[in-house]
Design a protein around this ligand. Structure first.
Ligand code: SAM
Ligand code: SF4
Length: 325
């Protein structure tokens, strides 16, 4: 599938739930978001149908996200089914890490390739504040469980926010000195409800890099083609590496190869801008035979691919937990 700006679409990010056990300040309002009715959420059968259709159009890489994907019951069985689909060669997950201690081994045997764990602070009290109630030890235990289970290419995603955690950049770097983890510093995006993200809290990649360099020399790593939006460096003497995602100061839209599926069945062209098509309606329409349904799904995939903007607007008034971050 090639979009009208000649980008090859091969990556589908699937939000399997809009529920979350945390309430991160930049992601959700304090009382949580208005949740979809249970029957609005795609079933595993529906998700698998969409993935198989995506594969027939060139999708070969999947990311499972949310809300918090590990709160969806039976998630490892969905992953097992996805990894068994011919044509899929990479299935990763983004998680807040809280439940990884109990899930790491099961996730490994389900065939999951890799994990991205979101962690914005190394301090217990701050974690409690940023996530509105979470316990940081659960995440630290989760990270160790993932390394012990034998996962390679584990990433730690850190959104840097002025006044909240920008004084911890070097603590994060020290954490990966002896752990085989790719630490990725992510620029804060102005998403969500108004006032949820105060733009003065934005810290640019160039500012973050200056602080990282004080811990150790940055050695550029050759990027793989299609290897993702981060610019990656080794740090002299470190087991882990550091990546920078500059979605705001340097959008990577030109090489964006992804579409998104929301938990309530909307195929979306971009996290921030662009349109979407409700493909749950197609899957659930009773008056279509199999061939008509496949044709409509193909039309929807192409339509959404063509909705992808050349460059995003940088802002999104929807909520990350609903789209999948
Ligand atoms: N609950 C899982 C987690 O936290 O990893 C998966 C869903 S979460 C919406 C996915 C990612 O979106 C997280 O890494 C989170 O930090 C990021 N995110 C949410 N709101 C953001 C914002 N305003 N700017 C940048 N990243 C954001
Ligand atoms: Fe939940 Fe992830 Fe959003 Fe935090 S960033 S509230 S963990 S969905």
């Amino acid at each position: 599938m090639i979009d009208k700006h000649s980008r090859k679409i091969s990556y589908l990010r699937i939000s399997v739930t809009d529920l979350c056990n945390l309430r991160c300040v930049y992601c959700m309002p304090p009382g949580g978001t208005e949740l979809s009715m249970k029957e609005e959420i795609l079933s595993f059968e529906e998700i698998l149908k969409i993935v198989k259709h995506g594969v027939s159009l060139g999708v070969n890489k999947i990311r499972i996200t949310g809300g918090e994907p590990l709160v969806r019951k039976g998630i490892t069985s969905l992953i097992k089914h996805i990894t068994n689909i011919k044509g899929i060669n990479d299935v990763a997950m983004t998680t807040n890490g809280v439940f990884l201690k109990e899930y790491a081994t099961e996730l490994k045997s389900s065939g999951l390739s890799r994990l991205n764990i979101s962690l914005d602070t190394m301090r217990e009290d701050r974690f409690h504040d940023i996530t509105r109630g979470g316990n940081i030890q659960d995440v630290f235990d989760g990270v160790e469980a993932v390394l012990k289970a034998g996962f390679k290419g584990t990433k730690l995603n850190t959104v840097v926010m002025r006044g909240d955690n920008d004084d911890e950049i070097q603590d994060f770097v020290r954490y990966i000195m002896e752990r085989d983890i790719e630490l990725r510093f992510i620029e804060l995006m102005a998403s969500g409800w108004k006032n949820m993200v105060d733009e003065e809290r934005f810290v640019s990649t160039s500012e973050i890099m200056e602080k990282v360099k004080e811990v150790g020399e940055l050695i550029p790593v050759q990027q793989r083609v299609g290897g993702g939006p981060a610019t990656i460096y080794k740090i002299r003497g470190a087991l882990g590496s550091v990546g920078f995602i500059s979605a705001v100061s340097k959008p990577f839209c030109k090489t964006c190869n992804r579409l998104r599926l929301t938990s309530d069945g909307k195929l979306r062209s971009c996290l921030l801008t662009g349109g979407e098509v409700d493909i749950k309606d197609i899957l659930r329409s009773s008056n279509l035979d199999e061939k008509e349904m496949q044709d409509k799904l193909t039309d929807a995939f192409f339509k959404v691919a063509d909705m992808k903007p050349v460059v995003h607007s940088g802002k999104n008034r929807a909520v990350m937990s609903q789209i999948g971050g």
